[in-house]
Design a protein around this ligand. Structure first.
Ligand code: NSS
Length: 435
């Protein structure tokens, strides 16, 4: 009997089995019936396939089962694969047998519209829906492409700790915890450790979760996000920008290569993504101020750019754009001043186009011991916690730098999403720690 011999196959691979009996194990996505036929839309994680149950061709038991199935019930379907251009995925199954594994009762996410809070409360189930599935598949490819790029460029993966004694990006966004009686903080960035790694390996990167207690509820901020942070010894601002544009172009290219169907499902216009090729335009902070003023923004020299300014700037270019040479006082303590103009630093942010704004922040680091010690004092940081970091300037200091790229912001841009919350499997936002 076909039921016993039919191999279990992923929906993705059905094309290799045309004309043959197979089993698909999955969940009922949707169903409809028309007279003596029931159409079951089955998803198995790799794809969706329509399984056609015809009352004429199956036993009564199978027919009754097919009509009783509810959304998200788990099942095993046995049927013959048929190529059909109109079917989702290009193939359908002519069902011979059906085994109900578990009957789902009142699945909360129905094909009707739901509010975003409801969906986020049900994030553990929302992951099964098509859009979320597409986004997280692209995320998986994005992460792989990042690793592929750094492997190819000769970077060594050096994991940074999550529990840390000191701040990297300012003390106001630290998540504090208790480390057997002494305070510890969840890592805001692995950068300082990557500087140590760069002095050991030349080129190193880390890629992991980072944490910021951001008291802001914007479409760009998460409390927990994933950041990839390369760091290079013997590097200046230009080297850092070239690495960043190489990385961004590579990962966008990979997604375009592998995820046309997902991008189409997300209704993403891919034309702006096709333009993402190096070199990217670069403007200085001074030039950015000019652009902002021309677009009607009232900004003073010395002010940091918020979401609105970033949106204006990123809309002014059709490709990602670097903004360099920010005023020193709005940037982190470790940023190296420009030699000819110490009030600005050799830092670079990369703004994604189409209003997406900052996706990368980085630059060249202070390599001089005295200056770094002064900055630590000026920023009221506890010097003891940074002694090891100062050692990097005591023993063979060299010009160096790197950057951090936030995966969720890059993914939101690539997928054309209005908010970062859908780009991470379980988002941590200002008022959300559940599920
Ligand atoms: O604060 S950054 O601009 N820079 C750093 O953390 C450096 N220490 C990185 C380095 O040079 N190694 O953050 C870098 C990126 C930023 O451009 C965003 O893409 C992302 O990290 N980022 C965030 N994504 C989501 N949510 C929040 N809250 C967030 N903060 C930064």
């Amino acid at each position: 009997m076909a039921e016993q011999t039919a191999p279990r196959v992923d929906v993705d691979d059905l094309g290799q089995y045309v004309g043959k009996p197979v089993q698909v194990w999955g969940w009922l996505f949707n169903s409809r019936s028309s007279g003596r036929i029931v159409f079951l839309l089955v998803r198995d994680g790799t794809g969706l396939v329509q399984a056609v149950v015809s009352q004429r061709d199956v036993e009564g038991r199978v027919w009754d089962q097919a009509r009783r199935l509810t959304q998200e019930s788990s099942l095993k379907v046995t049927g013959t694969v048929r190529a059909d251009e109109r079917a989702p995925g290009g193939f359908e199954l002519l069902v011979q047998d059906l085994e109900l594994v578990h009957l789902a009762v009142d699945y909360p996410i129905t094909p009707k519209e739901h509010g975003v809070d409801f969906l986020l409360d049900h994030r553990h189930l929302w992951l099964r829906s098509r859009r979320q599935h597409a986004i997280l598949r692209i995320r998986s490819t994005l992460v792989g492409a990042v690793r592929e790029f750094f492997d190819r460029e000769g970077f060594v993966l050096v994991d940074a700790p999550i529990l840390t004694p000191a701040a990297v990006e300012g003390t106001t966004t630290l998540f504090r915890t208790d480390y057997f009686g002494t305070p510890a903080y969840l890592s805001q960035s692995g950068q300082l450790y990557m500087e140590a790694a760069a002095m050991a390996f030349g080129r190193a990167y880390c890629f992991g979760p980072t944490f910021r207690a951001e008291h802001s509820k914007t479409r760009r901020h998460l409390m927990e996000f994933w950041m990839v942070e390369p760091e290079m010894a013997w590097a200046g601002l230009d080297d850092i920008c070239r690495l960043a544009e190489g990385l961004v172009s590579h990962v966008v290219g990979r997604v375009l290569e592998r995820h046309r169907p997902e991008l189409a499902l997300l209704e993403r216009d891919t034309a702006p993504l096709e333009r993402v090729r190096p070199p990217f335009p670069r403007v200085t902070y001074d030039e950015a101020i000019e652009i902002l003023r021309k677009n009607g923004a009232a900004v003073e020299w010395g002010a940091d750019f918020g979401g609105d300014e970033e949106t204006i700037l990123s809309n002014a270019f059709d490709r990602p754009v670097f903004v360099t040479h920010y005023p020193a006082h709005i940037k982190a303590f470790y940023m190296k001043p420009a030699p000819d103009r110490p009030e600005v630093v050799l830092g670079a942010d990369l703004l994604a186009p189409e209003g997406y704004g900052e996706i990368i922040g980085g630059g060249q680091r202070i390599d001089d011991l005295e200056l770094l010690m002064r900055r630590i004092e000026e920023h009221h940081l506890p010097k003891e916690a940074y002694e090891w970091y100062l050692d990097l300037r005591r023993y063979g200091s060299v010009p160096h730098g790197g950057f951090g790229m936030g995966i969720e912001r890059v993914l939101a841009w690539i997928c054309g999403l209005p908010h970062v919350r859908e780009t991470i499997p379980f988002p941590r936002t200002l008022y959300r720690l559940y599920p």
